[in-house]
Ligand binder design. Structure first.
Ligand code: C5P
Length: 396
């Protein structure tokens, strides 16, 4: 990676401290870093820290006589192989989406002729706001690449998507872009199932489960970030669809299967949804009335198994990945599942570990016919990125 240069624009936000770690990692990887620190960014990290870690001067003024004498701001925007914005605030995204250029960072973004990678970080409501969605679409249409944001607890006390991706993940995205192979899954179609399913007992009651959908959404986003055309077939969740992903909302297992089949052909299927194994045999059109005694037992019938159906489909995707949430005998159960369902990989996770279901972290093992590969405990976003990269390697 010697000689590769990035222009790192550090925006304002609590996550700006992670830009320091990113800078350190980039230098360690042999990448030259020339930093631009916005006025807001300078409220969170000092020019001195950034400069020391980057081993370069920090630029922050648009109208600086010394800087212009040294290197004009237009040249600054083009002196790198890649422009990285981390953290990319809602404000920086809005400026770049609309071509505003009223400070050094926005001017550099408008003037550059190099690829741009943004790592957004903002409050969850700001990330989900209609204006940010519009700006995101516009930037993506302009060819800007994105890494993250992750989902999780935020400094503002809220929870959801909006956390800056972890520095190692941003580094990975940068190195991939610098290597020119940033979109290894371009042109490949992927189906991802996520969230719970809902099975009606009557018009007002239902059988469902506690799946949050986080891991599946993160995987859909990570595959899209590598260029895949992703259809996310999702049960009801409280999550926003990741950038660049087409979401199809379903409720029951049967609807989920139908939506998956409608999304075929695809080269990749990742079944992350917590599909109800059973559904009430009769979900009448009328509400079951409260009577003097409890109603008779609810008769259940088996639901279709989507992973099984896709694995054995006539139009089977080239790579079918299932998940297995187990509380005991993880490897043995995952291997048995691999054989029974006919998929290629099982991502096994131990849900007996407190905080896995609905939590932010996941410790998984990838079980294939070749063996078991155990990953350390990682944020779900990082599990997703590694899995997407492993999927891309499979197609390389
Ligand atoms: O058999 P088990 O439910 O443990 O298998 C889990 C895997 O199978 C997950 O990948 C899940 O998404 C998938 N599955 C499915 N349809 C079902 C049940 C499970 O796709 N009806």
């Amino acid at each position: 990676m010697d000689q590769k240069r990035i222009l790192l624009i550090v925006g304002g936000g609590v996550a700006a401290y992670k830009a320091l770690e990113l800078t350190r990692l980039l230098r360690k990887a042999g990448v030259a870093v020339r930093p631009i620190l916005t006025a807001a960014g300078a409220q969170f990290v000092t020019p001195l820290s950034l400069s020391a870690l980057a081993e370069d001067k920090v630029y922050s003024e648009l109208f600086s006589l010394t800087d212009e004498a040294e290197m004009g701001h237009i040249e600054l925007s083009r002196s790198a192989d890649l422009v990285v914005v981390a953290p990319a605030t809602a404000d920086l995204m809005a400026k770049a989406a609309n071509g505003l250029a009223n400070d050094l960072a926005s001017t550099a973004l408008l003037a550059t002729d190099k690829p741009v990678l943004m790592a957004p970080a903002m409050n969850v409501r700001m990330w989900q706001a209609a204006a940010t969605r519009r700006n995101l679409s516009a930037l993506m249409a302009d060819g800007v690449r994105f890494v993250g944001p992750d989902e999780g607890a935020m400094a503002c006390g809220e929870f959801g998507p909006g956390r800056l991706a972890e520095p190692p993940a941003i580094l990975e995205a940068i190195l991939a872009l610098l290597a020119g192979g940033a979109r290894p899954l371009a042109g490949r179609r992927a189906i991802v199932t996520a969230g719970p399913t809902v099975e009606a007992i009557d018009p007002v009651r239902m059988l469902t489960n506690r799946s949050s959908g986080k891991q599946g959404y993160a995987i859909a986003g990570a595959l899209a970030a590598l260029g895949a055309e992703v259809t996310l077939v999702s049960g009801p969740t409280a999550l926003a669809a990741p950038a660049g992903v087409q979401r199809i909302d379903v409720e029951s297992a049967r609807d989920m299967l139908a939506a998956c089949e409608a999304a075929l052909p695809a080269e990749i299927a990742v079944c992350v949804a917590a599909v109800a194994d059973w559904r009430p045999a009769e979900a009448g059109g009328r509400k079951i009335k409260k009577g003097a005694k409890a109603p008779d037992a609810i008769a259940l019938v088996e639901n279709p198994d989507i992973l099984d159906a896709l694995s054995k489909s006539r139009r089977r995707p080239h790579l079918v990945v299932g998940f297995a949430a187990e509380t005991n005998d993880l490897d043995a159960n995952a291997k048995a599942k691999l054989a029974r369902k006919g998929c290629d990989w099982i991502v096994a996770n131990d849900v007996s570990v407190a905080g896995t279901m609905g939590g932010d972290d996941n410790a998984v093992a990838i079980v294939t016919k070749a063996g078991v590969e155990r990953w350390e405990r990682l944020p779900k976003g990082e599990v997703a990125r590694r899995l997407a990269q492993r999927i891309a390697d499979e197609f390389a």
